[in-house]
Design a binder for this molecule. Structure first.
Ligand code: GTP
Ligand code: MG
Length: 403
């Protein structure tokens, strides 16, 4: 399953976002460093299901389909909060890198209302500095990466490298923090260090490499949280201006938590990610509940269209990672598995993956026996190295099945 890690300064609302995204009830408080250990849960990304376009009634197994939207499970990990100096032993950041290593992408949660001070304590909105917070947390992450990079360099110093082979040496040594060959190749290219032997690397080379590797191996989008509070709109614009190369999503995690809770109690109709919710019967609400839902409507939905929680997850998977939603079927004519379930599964496949990769992901044995694939939309035969595209419906043909 694809993993998304939630990082950021303490008290920015990471756990609130996590609870909203995974329907969990992990502890949230106004005190800094509430989260002591990572929380792991299952969230979902949403994509327009192919059932509508093909006008079929689907029967999902590994996902769900609500009103023509497919919800695909992903793993979400909420991490202990960071603070400037966490690397040097402040706060609870020590287990940080191990968990970050397992994530495919990161959501960097920032308090857009600027209501946390430099120590991570809650203060009046507008008193903090979200831009500085982003820079500080980014620096902490780079410092952790650099420790791993320095020890990889140390081990590689004794080795000899043929031209162009340093990327292999680096990715092997950095596999523990989730670095793959393509990450090392890209980072060496971008930093111009591909032909420089580790023995000759200076400290600034290692710093530059770590900085680039951090971005390349852990694509990150910024969640501008607490958009319901004063000052957040102005800060959101500032963050967008300062972080031009990154996706910045306006979010109100607390509104999503409130809507999920109201939905559970049967007070509202709401599909995560939708731009509206409907109060079922106003007369069943207490004054406070009524006020809270009016607040969500006015400060969040009317202003920002949505709470942003689902949108942030969708953006991480489909925009940031460029993943494709691919529907494998056993029977290409019926668009079903062998029990007749129509469009039972959908897989999130990374950019560049081919039909054979999909077979491998379903079952290693399927990949071994694979002859070719079939595009179930038109019955055409596809080679094993056909590059998968979003919304493809693919049937894997094996030697056994052909007979
Ligand atoms: N107004 C508002 N408050 C929020 C929002 N999201 C979170 N908060 C509040 O921010 C405070 C911190 O929330 P947490 O979710 O515990 O923050 P965290 O980043 O997980 O904090 P640590 O685990 O301590 O690092 C709590 O008082 C939340 O209620 C939001 O969207 N709007
Ligand atoms: Mg927390």
């Amino acid at each position: 399953m694809i993993r998304i890690g939630i990082v950021g300064k303490t008290n920015t609302g990471k756990t609130t976002f996590f609870n909203a995204a995974t329907s969990s009830t992990a502890e949230v408080s106004t005190y800094p460093f509430t989260t002591k250990k990572p929380n792991v849960g299952t969230g979902q990304v949403q994509t327009l299901c192919v059932c509508r376009e093909l006008d079929v009634k689907d029967k999902p197994r590994n996902s769900t389909c609500i009103d023509g939207w497919r919800f695909i499970p992903i793993e979400v990990i909420d991490l202990p909060g960071l603070i400037k100096g966490a690397f040097a032993g402040r706060g609870l950041g020590t287990q940080f890198l191990n968990v970050v290593a397992q994530a495919d992408a990161l959501l960097h949660v920032v308090d857009a209302s600027a209501s946390i001070d430099s120590e991570g304590k809650i203060t009046h909105p507008g008193m903090g500095n979200p831009i500085l917070d982003i820079v500080d947390i980014e620096e902490e992450m780079i410092l952790w990466f650099k420790v791993a990079v320095d020890s990889a360099l140390q081990r590689n110093k004794k080795r000899t490298f043929k031209p162009g082979s340093l990327s292999k040496g680096m990715s092997k040594e950095l596999a523990g923090i989730g670095v793959r060959a393509e990450h090392a190749i890209k980072t060496l290219e971008r930093t111009g260090l591909a032909e420089k032997h580790p023995r000759e690397w200076k400290d600034e080379d290692s710093r530059r490499f770590s900085e680039t590797l951090r971005t390349v191996s852990k694509p990150t989008l910024i969640v501008a949280n607490k958009m319901d509070l004063a000052y957040s709109e102005r800060n959101f614009e500032k963050i967008r201006e300062e972080c031009k190369s990154q996706l910045v999503i306006p979010v109100c995690s607390e509104a999503e938590v409130a809507l999920n809770r109201a939905k559970e109690k049967g007070f509202v109709e709401y599909v995560p990610g939708e731009e509206t919710f409907r109060v079922i019967d106003e007369s069943h609400l207490t004054k406070d509940q009524s006020w809270a839902l009016a607040y969500v409507q006015q400060k969040v939905m009317t202003k920002w269209m949505r709470t942003g929680v689902q949108f942030a997850l969708n953006s991480a998977i489909f925009k940031l990672l460029g993943m494709n939603a691919v529907y494998p079927v056993e029977d290409p004519k019926a668009l079903s598995d062998k029990r007749g379930n129509v469009l039972p599964d959908v897989y999130l496949t990374p950019k560049g993956h081919v039909a054979k990769d999909l077979a491998r992901e379903i079952h290693s044995d399927l990949a071994k026996r694979m002859l070719h694939a079939i595009d179930a939309r038109n019955g055409l035969r596809l080679p094993q190295d056909y590059q998968l595209r979003d919304r493809d419906i693919i049937s894997i043909v094996t030697a056994a099945r052909k007979k």
